[in-house]
Design a protein around this ligand. Structure first.
Ligand code: ITT
Length: 199
């Protein structure tokens, strides 16, 4: 039996996706608030990988549980890879998803369809209380739409258009998003790491 696995995130949308992506593993998934942890780890790293490692290591140490952290972001080519690791704070601390979308669209106003390529990246770090850390990652390419569409998902999903499916990520069902998303790819690799940790 694997015991408890701490989902080291304060983002409820990520928790919802991981509950489905990690289904069937012999772990009881818990959140920081479930185990009385209220600290927010400052994301001081320069890369998604650094920040994911930091969040997983700190929370595994505090909880004495295996911890899985996710640092993810959107890289827009016309903006030199921005917002990247700053995706959550792009329109300032405390901004809403729709304010971040508006801000990003305003930065891309003059950029034509053919130059709006982007990718979502997700890095997952899994840390043990003993201090071991492993990382895995996933990515999904797409195009930044001119206006938001769809009600599903979260974050930048309504403006992330997938030409192969002719839909934005927010127009996909949760099952299809998990199949094609950056987080889905990373979580399938994380599953293998977690299976190895079970003794
Ligand atoms: P934790 O650090 O507590 O996990 P957070 O929301 O601060 O939560 P990140 O630092 O990883 O998470 O920021 C990721 C941001 O990137 C998030 O706020 C979204 O705006 C965006 N993002 C990540 N995954 C996404 C997805 O699947 N779809 C749309 N936007 C996503």
């Amino acid at each position: 039996m694997g015991g408890k696995l701490l989902l080291a995130t304060n983002n409820h949308d990520k928790v919802r996706e991981y509950r489905s992506l990690l289904v069937g593993l012999p772990y009881d998934l818990v959140t920081p608030s479930d185990v009385g942890i209220t600290t927010r780890v400052e994301e001081v790293g320069k890369s998604l990988e650094e920040n994911a490692r930091l969040k997983a290591t700190v929370l595994a140490g505090q909880s004495r549980l295996v911890a899985l952290a996710d640092d993810s972001g959107l890289e827009v080519d016309a903006l030199g890879g921005e917002p990247g690791p700053l995706s959550a704070r792009y329109a300032g601390e405390g901004a809403s998803d729709s304010q971040r979308i508006d801000y990003l669209l305003s930065r891309l106003e003059a950029v034509p369809q053919g130059k709006r390529t982007a990718r979502f990246r997700c890095v997952i770090a899994i840390a043990t209380p003993g201090g071991k850390v492993e990382t895995v990652s996933g990515e999904r390419s797409g195009i930044i739409a001119f206006e938001p569409r769809g009600e599903g998902g979260f974050g930048y999903d309504p403006i992330f258009y997938l030409p192969e499916l002719d839909k934005t990520m927010a127009e996909l069902s949760p099952e299809v998003k998990n199949r094609v998303s950056h987080r889905g790819e990373a979580a399938r690799k994380a599953r293998q790491v977690l299976e190895r940790l079970i003794v």
